[in-house]
Design a protein around this ligand. Structure first.
Ligand SMILES: [Fe+2]
Ligand SMILES: [Fe+2]
Length: 144
C-alpha cells in the first residue's frame, strides 16, 4: 500500500496569476481534508459526496479559467494541457461511477486521494508551473 502524505500549499507552487493560485490552493486544501478524513478511518457518505461534487465543480471552473488564459495569450502547449485536463475529468467521472455502483467505500476515498496527490505533483507542480513560466514571461514582454 502506498504511504499517505500531507501536502501544504507553498509559494513555489504559485504561478503568479491570483485566481489560478487561489484555485490551486483550494485543491491542496481539499487533498489535505481527504487525508485527515482518511486518517480518522471512517467513511461518511455525505463527506464522500461533498468531495465528488467539489472535484467536478473544480475541474469545470478551474480548467476553464486556465484554458481561457492560455488561449488569450497563445500558449503553444495548449492542446497537450487541455488533454491532461480532459483526462482528469474522465478519472473524476470514474470515481463517481464507482460511488454510484459501490457506495461510499474506503477504497474510493483512498483512490481519490492517490489521484489528487499524483495530480498535484505531476500537473499543478509540473504542467501548470510550466504554463506559469510562459504566462509571466508574456506579462513581462507585453508590459502588462
Ligand atoms: Fe491548474
Ligand atoms: Fe492545468
Amino acid at each position: 500500500m502506498r504511504k499517505r502524505i500531507r501536502i501544504k500549499f507553498a509559494d513555489d507552487m504559485k504561478i503568479g496569476h491570483p485566481l489560478i493560485d487561489e484555485q490551486h490552493k483550494n485543491m491542496v486544501e481539499e487533498v489535505d481534508a481527504i487525508y485527515r478524513e482518511l486518517s480518522k478511518g471512517e467513511v461518511d457518505d455525505n463527506i464522500v459526496k461533498k468531495h465528488l461534487v467539489f472535484l467536478l465543480k473544480y475541474a469545470k471552473e478551474h480548467f476553464h479559467t486556465e484554458e481561457k488564459i492560455m488561449q488569450q495569450i497563445g500558449y503553444p502547449d495548449y492542446d497537450e494541457h487541455h488533454e491532461a485536463h480532459e483526462w482528469f475529468i474522465q478519472e473524476t467521472k470514474k470515481l463517481i461511477a464507482d460511488y454510484n455502483r459501490y457506495g461510499p467505500t474506503k477504497s474510493l476515498m483512498v483512490h481519490m486521494h492517490h489521484l489528487l496527490v499524483d495530480w498535484l505533483i505531476s500537473h499543478i507542480c509540473g504542467m501548470d508551473k510550466k504554463f506559469g513560466s510562459y504566462y509571466r514571461r508574456y506579462l513581462r514582454e507585453h508590459n502588462v
